[in-house]
Design a protein around this ligand. Sequence first.
Ligand SMILES: [Zn+2]
Length: 205
Amino acid sequence: RASLHLVRGQEDLRALDPGGLEVLDATFAQFRAALTRSNHTVKRALTDPRLFSGIGNAYSDEILHRARLSPVRLTQKLSEEELERLYLALRETLIYWTERFIADAEKRFPDKVTAFREGMAVHGRYGKPCPVCGAPVQRIVYAANEANYCARCQTGGRLLADRALSQLMRTDWPRTLEELEQKKETIRAGGTPPARRPSKGRPPV
Ligand SMILES: [Zn+2]
């Protein structure tokens, strides 16, 4: 009977589950095969219902934060260790929120069903402190969606280029958390942010 569950290739995977992999039932090998089938950003791959069932925008933000991976990493460039970390983070996140949802539903009828839930680490928490490191949660807006992430935990402190914001700020787009904080300070003080500011002029934190 075990042979029934053997996945020999892409066609078999589709035949078994045309609507996307049920990740909590999937082995690591099945997960890796689906994720790396084509080379997309990991954020897009996780939220693609043809690849995975039931991972929306909110859960994908939470999974990537837990796995300490940038949402714009390409799936075929992930190392074996990163793939394993992502698989574990995905299972832990989905199990945690499924259990929490059941516990909440027993207490009271959910008054509103939203993608955001109180207690999420980064999703829906733009500008608020990351629960792991305290750095402000960042966002990238693309099409109709938004991805939230922590630059310190997930991208080595680098800010991901946001198309809308970078057009607004032109070449002045901050590249790191430190540059972003400097610009905020300058704007708060009533000045125009300079394109470049020497780091020695920065006030002590
Ligand atoms: Zn963080």
